[in-house]
Design a protein around this ligand. Structure first.
Ligand code: DAK
Length: 259
């Protein structure tokens, strides 16, 4: 168990909680290092079929990169911090398991960048989103300029990044940052229910689908289609496929092994 990140696995779902509540779960070097290590481990963990990321407490998911730590940094140290942040966000995005963000409060700066590195976001009706970096004299540096533009289009991303404005949960839903809202007290039930649905499907197929979506989304349509076609036969190398097809034909529920 790390100093800043708690991970509990039950019924094939890993719950990853950023636990630095006194600083609203802000991302310092230690949190980023643990995030990277935890996600590299979960990616290879056969007991895990889906991952949920949330923040400790009822106020914040993550209120950004650690402002106090940044205040001490030289340009060289800032470069190393950015590199570590990118590695942590990539470990989340490239995790072989679907990663669901449960945004339970403020998701600001590096916090929104973390949520955007997940496969999709559910949020509390009280959540708030923003990239306030320019108000501090910097710009989003853990992938926000790129991931937000790709998620909601460059025009809306520019508005949020240039103004640093915070938006509420309903606006985030309307803009397509968030897939679904829930009352704060039932957010975790909603995310767990979706994770359970995913866990019952063929893990190899889900993981390959994630890979194809991620590798194709920034390519031309034709290149994405080529990727889909080329990777598709991998499903047919899995025991999961044999089980899924046999279960259908035998009119029973499949029992997937994830191999
Ligand atoms: N970092 C450090 N501490 C933070 C923090 C943060 N981002 N956000 C909150 N805290 C701390 C507060 O300092 C306070 O600590 P104490 O004073 O109690 O010791 C405690 O958490 C509770 O916060 P507040 O007292 O401020 O709580 P309020 O309810 O009044 O306000 C708030 C909540 C979320 C509106 C407010 O805390 C706030 O505005 N926080 C800062 C939000 C923010 O600007 N976030 C963006 C950070 S910039 C880089 C790449 C990427 C980045 C940076 C560098 N490289 C390329 C080098 C990314 C940058 C960011 O994310």
């Amino acid at each position: 168990m790390g100093e800043y990140i708690k991970t509990e696995t039950s019924d094939n779902t890993a719950l990853v909680t950023i636990s630095r509540e006194k600083a609203l779960n802000a991302l310092n070097r230690g949190v980023l290092e643990e995030l990277k290590t935890v996600f590299e481990g979960l990616s290879e963990d056969h007991a895990v079929r889906s991952v949920i990321v949330t923040g400790a407490g009822d106020k914040a998911f993550v209120a950004g990169a650690d402002i106090a730590a940044m205040a001490q940094m030289s340009p060289e140290e800032a470069g190393r911090f950015a590199q570590l942040g990118h590695q942590a966000m990539s470990a989340v995005q490239n995790c072989r398991k679907p990663v669901l963000a449960a945004v339970n409060g403020f998701a600001l700066g590096g916090g929104l960048e973390l949520a955007l590195s997940c496969d999709f976001i559910y949020a509390s009706e009280k959540a708030k989103f923003g990239l306030p970096e320019v108000g501090l004299g910097l710009y989003p540096g853990f992938g926000g300029t790129q991931r937000l533009s790709r998620a909601i289009g460059p025009n809306r991303a520019r508005e949020l990044i240039f103004t640093g404005r915070m938006i509420g949960a309903n606006e985030a839903l309307a803009w397509g940052i968030v897939n679904r809202l829930a009352p704060p007290e039932s957010l975790m039930d909603a995310v767990l229910e979706t994770a359970r649905d995913i866990n019952q499907k063929g893990p190899v197929a889900v993981s390959l689908a994630k890979q194809v979506i991620n590798e194709g989304k920034d390519e031309s349509l034709q290149r994405g289609l080529d990727l889909e076609r080329d990777i598709f036969p991998k499903c047919f190398e899995s025991e999961d496929l044999k089980e899924g097809l046999a279960a259908f034909l035998e009119k029973r529920k499949p029992s997937f092994k994830g191999q």
